[in-house]
Design a protein around this ligand. Structure first.
Ligand code: PLP
Ligand code: MN
Length: 367
Protein backbone atom coordinates (compact mmCIF):
# COMPACT_ATOMS: atom_id res chain seq x y z
CA UNK A 1 0.00 0.00 0.00
CA UNK A 2 1.29 3.45 -0.95
CA UNK A 3 1.44 6.28 1.61
CA UNK A 4 -1.48 8.72 1.28
CA UNK A 5 -0.95 11.47 -1.33
CA UNK A 6 -2.26 14.23 0.95
CA UNK A 7 -2.97 15.28 4.52
CA UNK A 8 -6.18 16.63 6.03
CA UNK A 9 -6.30 20.44 5.85
CA UNK A 10 -4.06 20.69 2.78
CA UNK A 11 -5.35 22.75 -0.19
CA UNK A 12 -6.57 20.48 -3.02
CA UNK A 13 -3.91 22.00 -5.22
CA UNK A 14 -1.12 20.49 -3.13
CA UNK A 15 -2.38 16.90 -3.35
CA UNK A 16 0.24 14.70 -4.99
CA UNK A 17 -0.83 13.21 -8.31
CA UNK A 18 -2.27 11.16 -9.81
CA UNK A 19 -4.77 10.95 -6.94
CA UNK A 20 -8.34 9.75 -6.51
CA UNK A 21 -10.43 12.71 -5.34
CA UNK A 22 -13.87 12.42 -3.81
CA UNK A 23 -15.89 15.63 -3.81
CA UNK A 24 -17.69 15.09 -0.51
CA UNK A 25 -20.55 17.56 -1.15
CA UNK A 26 -21.40 15.87 -4.46
CA UNK A 27 -21.00 12.38 -2.98
CA UNK A 28 -23.31 13.11 -0.03
CA UNK A 29 -25.85 14.71 -2.39
CA UNK A 30 -25.80 11.50 -4.48
CA UNK A 31 -26.53 9.33 -1.43
CA UNK A 32 -29.40 11.64 -0.46
CA UNK A 33 -30.75 11.69 -4.02
CA UNK A 34 -30.84 7.88 -4.16
CA UNK A 35 -32.59 7.70 -0.77
CA UNK A 36 -35.21 10.22 -1.87
CA UNK A 37 -35.85 8.45 -5.19
CA UNK A 38 -36.29 5.04 -3.57
CA UNK A 39 -38.30 6.12 -0.52
CA UNK A 40 -41.70 6.39 -2.28
CA UNK A 41 -41.22 2.97 -3.95
CA UNK A 42 -40.57 1.05 -0.75
CA UNK A 43 -37.68 -0.75 -2.51
CA UNK A 44 -34.56 -1.28 -0.42
CA UNK A 45 -31.06 -0.21 -1.43
CA UNK A 46 -28.29 -2.79 -1.19
CA UNK A 47 -25.56 -0.65 -2.71
CA UNK A 48 -22.87 -2.37 -4.77
CA UNK A 49 -19.42 -2.19 -3.17
CA UNK A 50 -17.62 -3.31 -6.34
CA UNK A 51 -17.72 0.41 -7.18
CA UNK A 52 -16.15 1.81 -4.01
CA UNK A 53 -14.35 -1.14 -2.32
CA UNK A 54 -14.46 0.73 0.98
CA UNK A 55 -16.02 -0.13 4.32
CA UNK A 56 -16.08 3.61 5.13
CA UNK A 57 -18.23 4.38 2.11
CA UNK A 58 -20.39 1.34 2.85
CA UNK A 59 -21.06 2.70 6.35
CA UNK A 60 -21.96 6.13 4.99
CA UNK A 61 -24.38 4.54 2.51
CA UNK A 62 -25.97 2.56 5.32
CA UNK A 63 -26.24 5.66 7.51
CA UNK A 64 -28.27 7.18 4.65
CA UNK A 65 -30.67 4.30 4.23
CA UNK A 66 -28.94 1.37 2.48
CA UNK A 67 -29.88 -1.91 4.19
CA UNK A 68 -26.70 -3.72 3.21
CA UNK A 69 -24.08 -4.14 0.54
CA UNK A 70 -23.47 -6.26 -2.53
CA UNK A 71 -20.02 -7.45 -3.49
CA UNK A 72 -18.71 -9.35 -6.47
CA UNK A 73 -15.84 -11.27 -4.84
CA UNK A 74 -14.92 -12.92 -1.56
CA UNK A 75 -12.05 -10.47 -1.02
CA UNK A 76 -14.58 -7.61 -1.14
CA UNK A 77 -16.88 -9.44 1.27
CA UNK A 78 -13.93 -9.88 3.65
CA UNK A 79 -12.96 -6.20 3.52
CA UNK A 80 -16.53 -5.18 4.34
CA UNK A 81 -17.21 -7.81 7.02
CA UNK A 82 -13.87 -7.12 8.73
CA UNK A 83 -14.81 -3.42 8.59
CA UNK A 84 -18.03 -4.09 10.48
CA UNK A 85 -20.64 -4.18 7.69
CA UNK A 86 -23.36 -6.51 8.99
CA UNK A 87 -25.24 -7.61 5.83
CA UNK A 88 -23.45 -8.61 2.62
CA UNK A 89 -24.66 -10.37 -0.52
CA UNK A 90 -22.15 -11.81 -2.97
CA UNK A 91 -24.19 -11.02 -6.10
CA UNK A 92 -22.12 -13.42 -8.12
CA UNK A 93 -20.90 -16.99 -8.55
CA UNK A 94 -17.91 -18.09 -6.45
CA UNK A 95 -16.13 -21.24 -7.61
CA UNK A 96 -13.36 -23.02 -5.70
CA UNK A 97 -13.24 -24.70 -2.29
CA UNK A 98 -10.69 -22.30 -0.85
CA UNK A 99 -12.70 -19.23 -1.73
CA UNK A 100 -15.87 -20.82 -0.40
CA UNK A 101 -14.18 -21.70 2.89
CA UNK A 102 -13.18 -18.03 3.30
CA UNK A 103 -16.69 -16.96 2.40
CA UNK A 104 -18.34 -19.36 4.87
CA UNK A 105 -16.01 -18.19 7.66
CA UNK A 106 -17.51 -14.71 7.30
CA UNK A 107 -20.92 -16.03 8.38
CA UNK A 108 -19.55 -16.02 11.95
CA UNK A 109 -19.21 -12.23 11.95
CA UNK A 110 -21.81 -10.95 9.45
CA UNK A 111 -24.97 -11.99 7.67
CA UNK A 112 -23.69 -13.20 4.30
CA UNK A 113 -25.50 -14.63 1.30
CA UNK A 114 -24.37 -15.85 -2.10
CA UNK A 115 -25.69 -16.63 -5.60
CA UNK A 116 -25.61 -19.83 -7.66
CA UNK A 117 -26.55 -20.85 -11.17
CA UNK A 118 -25.48 -24.50 -11.01
CA UNK A 119 -26.39 -27.50 -8.85
CA UNK A 120 -22.67 -28.34 -8.49
CA UNK A 121 -22.22 -25.02 -6.73
CA UNK A 122 -25.02 -25.80 -4.31
CA UNK A 123 -23.10 -28.88 -3.19
CA UNK A 124 -19.84 -26.94 -2.89
CA UNK A 125 -21.41 -24.18 -0.76
CA UNK A 126 -23.17 -26.78 1.36
CA UNK A 127 -19.81 -28.49 2.06
CA UNK A 128 -18.18 -25.15 2.98
CA UNK A 129 -21.08 -24.20 5.25
CA UNK A 130 -21.01 -27.57 6.98
CA UNK A 131 -17.26 -27.39 7.58
CA UNK A 132 -17.65 -23.89 9.06
CA UNK A 133 -20.70 -24.87 11.12
CA UNK A 134 -22.91 -22.14 9.60
CA UNK A 135 -26.17 -21.89 7.65
CA UNK A 136 -26.05 -19.76 4.52
CA UNK A 137 -28.82 -18.14 2.46
CA UNK A 138 -28.39 -18.89 -1.24
CA UNK A 139 -30.02 -16.95 -4.08
CA UNK A 140 -30.53 -18.26 -7.59
CA UNK A 141 -29.24 -16.07 -10.34
CA UNK A 142 -31.57 -16.03 -13.33
CA UNK A 143 -30.65 -14.71 -16.77
CA UNK A 144 -32.98 -11.80 -17.39
CA UNK A 145 -31.51 -10.84 -20.75
CA UNK A 146 -27.81 -10.09 -20.37
CA UNK A 147 -26.74 -13.68 -21.19
CA UNK A 148 -23.82 -13.52 -18.75
CA UNK A 149 -24.61 -15.78 -15.80
CA UNK A 150 -27.84 -17.27 -14.50
CA UNK A 151 -30.20 -20.16 -15.20
CA UNK A 152 -33.29 -19.69 -17.34
CA UNK A 153 -36.18 -18.07 -15.50
CA UNK A 154 -39.09 -20.34 -14.55
CA UNK A 155 -38.77 -24.14 -14.13
CA UNK A 156 -34.93 -24.41 -14.11
CA UNK A 157 -34.82 -21.83 -11.32
CA UNK A 158 -37.53 -23.67 -9.39
CA UNK A 159 -35.63 -26.98 -9.68
CA UNK A 160 -32.45 -25.37 -8.33
CA UNK A 161 -34.38 -23.66 -5.51
CA UNK A 162 -35.86 -26.98 -4.39
CA UNK A 163 -32.37 -28.40 -4.32
CA UNK A 164 -31.22 -25.54 -2.04
CA UNK A 165 -34.28 -25.78 0.20
CA UNK A 166 -33.59 -29.49 0.73
CA UNK A 167 -30.17 -28.79 2.27
CA UNK A 168 -29.93 -28.43 6.04
CA UNK A 169 -26.91 -26.12 5.71
CA UNK A 170 -28.53 -23.76 3.24
CA UNK A 171 -31.61 -21.57 3.11
CA UNK A 172 -33.29 -20.48 -0.12
CA UNK A 173 -32.87 -16.70 -0.13
CA UNK A 174 -34.53 -15.51 -3.34
CA UNK A 175 -33.42 -14.54 -6.82
CA UNK A 176 -30.68 -12.43 -8.34
CA UNK A 177 -31.99 -10.78 -11.52
CA UNK A 178 -29.49 -8.18 -12.71
CA UNK A 179 -29.82 -6.92 -16.29
CA UNK A 180 -26.29 -5.58 -16.86
CA UNK A 181 -26.52 -4.99 -20.59
CA UNK A 182 -29.39 -2.51 -20.10
CA UNK A 183 -27.50 -0.08 -17.88
CA UNK A 184 -25.74 1.86 -20.61
CA UNK A 185 -28.32 1.57 -23.34
CA UNK A 186 -28.48 5.17 -24.44
CA UNK A 187 -32.19 5.80 -24.82
CA UNK A 188 -34.89 5.46 -22.16
CA UNK A 189 -37.00 3.43 -24.61
CA UNK A 190 -34.27 0.79 -25.01
CA UNK A 191 -33.81 0.58 -21.24
CA UNK A 192 -37.54 0.37 -20.60
CA UNK A 193 -37.88 -2.54 -23.06
CA UNK A 194 -34.95 -4.45 -21.53
CA UNK A 195 -36.19 -4.00 -17.97
CA UNK A 196 -39.78 -4.88 -18.92
CA UNK A 197 -38.41 -8.25 -20.01
CA UNK A 198 -36.36 -8.61 -16.80
CA UNK A 199 -39.37 -7.74 -14.66
CA UNK A 200 -41.61 -10.19 -16.50
CA UNK A 201 -39.02 -13.00 -16.17
CA UNK A 202 -38.59 -12.28 -12.48
CA UNK A 203 -42.33 -12.02 -11.79
CA UNK A 204 -42.98 -15.36 -13.46
CA UNK A 205 -40.15 -17.05 -11.55
CA UNK A 206 -41.22 -15.61 -8.18
CA UNK A 207 -44.79 -16.80 -8.82
CA UNK A 208 -43.73 -20.34 -9.76
CA UNK A 209 -41.49 -20.52 -6.70
CA UNK A 210 -44.36 -19.36 -4.48
CA UNK A 211 -46.58 -22.10 -5.89
CA UNK A 212 -44.00 -24.58 -4.56
CA UNK A 213 -43.99 -22.88 -1.16
CA UNK A 214 -40.66 -21.14 -1.77
CA UNK A 215 -40.75 -17.46 -0.86
CA UNK A 216 -38.15 -15.02 -2.16
CA UNK A 217 -37.02 -12.78 0.66
CA UNK A 218 -34.78 -11.00 -1.86
CA UNK A 219 -35.51 -10.22 -5.51
CA UNK A 220 -32.39 -8.24 -6.33
CA UNK A 221 -30.90 -6.46 -9.31
CA UNK A 222 -30.67 -3.08 -11.08
CA UNK A 223 -27.85 -0.62 -11.59
CA UNK A 224 -27.50 3.14 -11.89
CA UNK A 225 -28.89 3.21 -15.45
CA UNK A 226 -32.21 1.49 -14.78
CA UNK A 227 -32.95 1.31 -11.04
CA UNK A 228 -36.01 3.55 -11.24
CA UNK A 229 -37.67 0.96 -13.49
CA UNK A 230 -36.92 -2.02 -11.23
CA UNK A 231 -37.87 0.00 -8.14
CA UNK A 232 -41.28 0.79 -9.66
CA UNK A 233 -41.90 -2.80 -10.81
CA UNK A 234 -43.51 -4.17 -7.68
CA UNK A 235 -41.37 -7.31 -8.14
CA UNK A 236 -37.84 -6.27 -7.22
CA UNK A 237 -37.29 -5.80 -3.48
CA UNK A 238 -33.65 -4.67 -3.58
CA UNK A 239 -31.74 -2.28 -5.83
CA UNK A 240 -28.01 -2.93 -6.32
CA UNK A 241 -26.81 0.34 -7.86
CA UNK A 242 -23.15 1.17 -7.25
CA UNK A 243 -21.96 3.89 -9.64
CA UNK A 244 -24.68 6.33 -8.50
CA UNK A 245 -22.46 7.36 -5.57
CA UNK A 246 -19.72 8.61 -7.91
CA UNK A 247 -21.33 9.07 -11.36
CA UNK A 248 -18.89 8.53 -14.21
CA UNK A 249 -18.62 10.10 -17.66
CA UNK A 250 -20.11 7.05 -19.39
CA UNK A 251 -23.31 7.14 -17.32
CA UNK A 252 -23.55 10.85 -18.11
CA UNK A 253 -23.75 9.88 -21.81
CA UNK A 254 -27.10 8.09 -21.32
CA UNK A 255 -29.87 10.31 -22.62
CA UNK A 256 -32.00 11.28 -19.60
CA UNK A 257 -28.85 10.54 -17.57
CA UNK A 258 -29.39 9.49 -13.95
CA UNK A 259 -29.73 12.57 -11.69
CA UNK A 260 -26.40 12.27 -9.87
CA UNK A 261 -23.43 14.61 -9.66
CA UNK A 262 -19.89 13.78 -10.68
CA UNK A 263 -18.24 13.14 -7.31
CA UNK A 264 -15.19 11.09 -8.29
CA UNK A 265 -12.19 12.61 -10.04
CA UNK A 266 -8.62 11.78 -10.87
CA UNK A 267 -6.43 14.75 -10.04
CA UNK A 268 -3.59 15.07 -12.55
CA UNK A 269 -0.63 17.43 -13.07
CA UNK A 270 0.42 18.97 -16.37
CA UNK A 271 3.89 17.50 -16.89
CA UNK A 272 4.72 18.73 -20.40
CA UNK A 273 3.77 21.71 -22.56
CA UNK A 274 6.54 21.14 -25.09
CA UNK A 275 4.22 20.52 -28.05
CA UNK A 276 2.09 23.51 -29.14
CA UNK A 277 -1.61 23.02 -28.45
CA UNK A 278 -0.98 20.02 -26.21
CA UNK A 279 -0.85 19.62 -22.42
CA UNK A 280 0.35 16.25 -21.20
CA UNK A 281 -0.82 15.10 -17.75
CA UNK A 282 0.57 12.40 -15.47
CA UNK A 283 -2.64 10.34 -15.68
CA UNK A 284 -2.62 7.74 -18.44
CA UNK A 285 -4.52 4.48 -18.41
CA UNK A 286 -2.66 3.22 -15.34
CA UNK A 287 -4.36 6.10 -13.51
CA UNK A 288 -7.80 6.17 -15.10
CA UNK A 289 -9.85 3.38 -16.71
CA UNK A 290 -10.58 3.98 -20.39
CA UNK A 291 -12.63 0.85 -21.18
CA UNK A 292 -15.84 2.93 -21.29
CA UNK A 293 -14.39 6.00 -22.98
CA UNK A 294 -11.77 8.62 -22.23
CA UNK A 295 -12.04 10.88 -19.20
CA UNK A 296 -13.47 14.39 -19.42
CA UNK A 297 -11.55 17.42 -18.21
CA UNK A 298 -13.67 18.95 -15.45
CA UNK A 299 -14.69 22.60 -15.51
CA UNK A 300 -12.16 23.60 -18.20
CA UNK A 301 -14.01 24.26 -21.46
CA UNK A 302 -11.77 23.87 -24.51
CA UNK A 303 -9.56 21.15 -22.99
CA UNK A 304 -10.12 17.66 -24.37
CA UNK A 305 -8.45 14.49 -23.10
CA UNK A 306 -7.70 12.85 -26.44
CA UNK A 307 -5.48 9.86 -25.75
CA UNK A 308 -3.96 7.74 -22.99
CA UNK A 309 -0.74 5.79 -22.86
CA UNK A 310 0.53 3.98 -19.75
CA UNK A 311 1.63 7.04 -17.80
CA UNK A 312 0.67 9.95 -20.05
CA UNK A 313 -2.65 11.59 -20.85
CA UNK A 314 -2.69 13.82 -23.90
CA UNK A 315 -4.93 16.86 -23.59
CA UNK A 316 -5.65 18.96 -26.68
CA UNK A 317 -6.05 22.67 -26.08
CA UNK A 318 -8.94 23.58 -28.37
CA UNK A 319 -10.04 26.76 -26.61
CA UNK A 320 -10.31 28.40 -23.19
CA UNK A 321 -7.33 29.15 -20.97
CA UNK A 322 -4.29 26.99 -21.73
CA UNK A 323 -3.08 25.12 -18.63
CA UNK A 324 0.44 25.87 -17.47
CA UNK A 325 3.21 23.41 -16.62
CA UNK A 326 2.61 22.03 -13.12
CA UNK A 327 -1.07 23.02 -13.10
CA UNK A 328 -3.51 20.48 -11.67
CA UNK A 329 -6.61 19.36 -13.53
CA UNK A 330 -9.55 17.23 -12.39
CA UNK A 331 -10.52 14.41 -14.75
CA UNK A 332 -13.95 12.71 -14.68
CA UNK A 333 -13.27 8.99 -15.28
CA UNK A 334 -15.13 7.23 -18.10
CA UNK A 335 -15.74 4.25 -15.78
CA UNK A 336 -15.60 4.69 -12.02
CA UNK A 337 -15.26 1.08 -10.75
CA UNK A 338 -11.96 0.06 -12.38
CA UNK A 339 -10.57 3.57 -11.81
CA UNK A 340 -11.07 3.25 -8.03
CA UNK A 341 -9.28 -0.11 -8.10
CA UNK A 342 -6.09 1.65 -9.26
CA UNK A 343 -5.74 3.59 -5.98
CA UNK A 344 -4.98 2.91 -2.33
CA UNK A 345 -6.61 6.10 -1.00
CA UNK A 346 -9.60 8.31 -1.49
CA UNK A 347 -8.74 11.94 -0.91
CA UNK A 348 -12.00 13.50 0.36
CA UNK A 349 -12.20 17.20 -0.52
CA UNK A 350 -14.62 19.95 0.37
CA UNK A 351 -14.41 23.66 -0.42
CA UNK A 352 -10.96 23.29 -1.99
CA UNK A 353 -9.39 21.56 1.04
CA UNK A 354 -8.61 17.98 1.93
CA UNK A 355 -11.00 16.81 4.64
CA UNK A 356 -10.25 13.09 4.96
CA UNK A 357 -8.30 10.12 3.64
CA UNK A 358 -10.04 6.76 3.34
CA UNK A 359 -8.36 3.51 2.29
CA UNK A 360 -9.66 1.58 -0.71
CA UNK A 361 -9.61 -1.41 1.60
CA UNK A 362 -10.74 -4.05 -0.91
CA UNK A 363 -8.36 -2.84 -3.60
CA UNK A 364 -7.08 -5.48 -5.99
CA UNK A 365 -8.31 -8.52 -4.14
CA UNK A 366 -7.90 -11.02 -6.97
CA UNK A 367 -10.32 -13.41 -5.32
N1 PLP B 1 -25.35 -5.58 -9.57
C1 PLP B 1 -24.51 -6.38 -10.26
C2 PLP B 1 -24.65 -7.85 -10.13
C3 PLP B 1 -23.52 -5.82 -11.08
O1 PLP B 1 -22.68 -6.63 -11.76
C4 PLP B 1 -23.41 -4.41 -11.16
C5 PLP B 1 -22.41 -3.77 -12.05
O2 PLP B 1 -21.91 -4.30 -13.00
C6 PLP B 1 -24.28 -3.62 -10.41
C7 PLP B 1 -25.24 -4.24 -9.64
C8 PLP B 1 -24.20 -2.11 -10.29
O3 PLP B 1 -24.14 -1.39 -11.39
P1 PLP B 1 -23.79 0.16 -11.46
O4 PLP B 1 -22.43 0.38 -10.90
O5 PLP B 1 -23.82 0.37 -12.90
O6 PLP B 1 -24.82 0.89 -10.69
MN1 MN C 1 -19.08 -0.47 -13.74
Amino acid sequence: MQPPPAEPGMPEDEVDTPALLLDLDAFEANLDMMASLLAPTGTRLRAHAKTHKSSVIAKLQMARGAIGQCVQKVAEAEALAWGGIPDILVSNQVVGARKLARFAALAHIAQVAICVDDAEQVAAIEAAAEAAGVRIPVLIEIDVGAARCGVEPGPPAVALAEHIAASKQLRFGGIQAYQGSAQHQRTPEQRAASIAHAVESSRRTVEQLRQRGLDCSIVGGAGTGTFRLEAASGVYTEIQAGSYAFMDADYARNSDAPPFRHALFVLATVMSRAIPGVAVVDAGHKAVAIDSGLPLVWDRPGLRYAGASDEHGKILIEGGTPPGLGEKLRLVPGHCDPTVDRYDWYVGVRGGRVECLWPVSARGGMA
